[in-house]
Write a protein that binds this ligand. Structure first.
Ligand code: ADP
Ligand code: MG
Length: 306
């Protein structure tokens, strides 16, 4: 049985081979809608909009869940030395990639925004349960981490309610519970970033793991022969120019893999592979030359398409 629904600006699907799970799947949809409502940059009533609206003014009271999410994002900013940065919103708003169409902002305007993008300006106060963006004009964008968090919450909920086998796919953000009932792994394709959705360079078998891809194939435009995509380098506020078409990572927690895949895309294959290994995860990079570069762990489990 399965459920499909739209949320987080993408298509989401949950498949289970367990019977009598329909009510659970319906509840998963509600869980995702609640996460979107709470954490979306595009909902004026979300806690994220509230923190951004009070940047440079005052701290905002946040609950434990919001604290967890912001803290995890900041941990990844530290780990990636700022390649992942949820204060990127002023830049993602200006570019509007996937929204405004073929739009290249003025260089000066980008320069002006640049100083607003700095994760170190997000002050999380655990004791008082507050979050503050220090500079007026700063804004948060959880687009690089929210789907992973939602996948973890969905997985947790299903497991707590007795579900033993499931495949959760939130816009390419994959999380699994167990394998399939016949004892086989879930077979998941690694998208070919230059082909249409569903065309794979190979597959991996997953059981209880999560696999997340960040790539240039969904939201981008081409201008003057150059590809402008939606993953920005916080150090320049331009689309990350790291010689990559996509990065796929495999690990245990989806929130972590979501943040990591975005971070690795910005870092590029050399530094990226180091960070993935340091974190005990597998990573596969598809370069703009279409060459594939993968960590040893990923190479071992990838079944290449012949
Ligand atoms: P997708 O959401 O397409 O699956 P990602 O997880 O890589 O892909 O997230 C990209 C989104 O994250 C962008 O749309 C934007 O909202 C946000 N973002 C872009 N660049 C960064 C960055 N360097 N650090 C953190 N978030 C980013
Ligand atoms: Mg991500």
């Amino acid at each position: 049985m399965q459920i499909s629904f739209k949320a987080f600006g993408t298509y989401n699907q949950i498949i289970t081979e367990d019977e009598h799970c329909q009510a659970l799947l319906d509840e998963c949809r509600r869980i995702c809608e609640a996460i979107e409502e709470k954490f979306s940059t595009f909902r004026p009533a979300s806690i994220i909009s509230d923190i951004s609206a009070h940047a440079g003014v005052r701290p905002i009271a946040i609950d434990e869940e919001t604290f967890f999410m912001l803290k995890r994002a900041q941990d990844f900013s530290n780990l990636s030395k700022g390649a992942f940065d949820i204060t990127i919103r002023p830049a993602t708003a200006l570019w509007g990639i996937g929204k405004k169409g073929d739009f290249i902002p003025d260089g000066q305007e980008i320069g002006r925004l640049h100083e607003l993008v700095d994760y170190r300006d997000l002050i999380l106060d655990k004791k008082n349960g507050t979050a503050l963006l220090q500079k007026a004009g700063q804004q948060i964008d959880l687009g690089g981490i929210a789907k992973g968090y939602a996948a973890d919450k969905t997985r947790e909920y299903l497991m707590q309610n007795g579900c033993r086998t499931a495949l959760i796919n939130f816009g390419g953000n994959i999380a699994t519970i167990g394998g399939k009932r016949n004892g086989e792994f879930w077979q998941i394709g690694v998208q070919n970033p230059l082909a249409k959705r569903g065309e794979f360079i190979g597959t991996v078998g997953l059981s209880d793991q999560t696999m997340v891809t960040s790539g240039v194939n969904e939201r981008f435009f081409i201008h003057g022969g150059k590809r402008y995509h939606h993953i920005l380098d916080p150090r320049t506020c331009y689309p990350a120019d790291s010689s990559l078409l996509s990065v796929t990572v495999i690990g245990t927690r989806s929130i972590d893999m979501d943040a990591l895949s975005t971070a690795l895309f910005v870092l590029g294959p050399d530094e990226g592979a180091k960070l993935a290994n340091q974190m005990g995860c597998h990573a596969l990079f598809i370069l703009t030359t279409q060459q594939i570069f993968a960590t040893e762990g990923f190479t071992k489990i990838l079944k290449r398409k012949v």
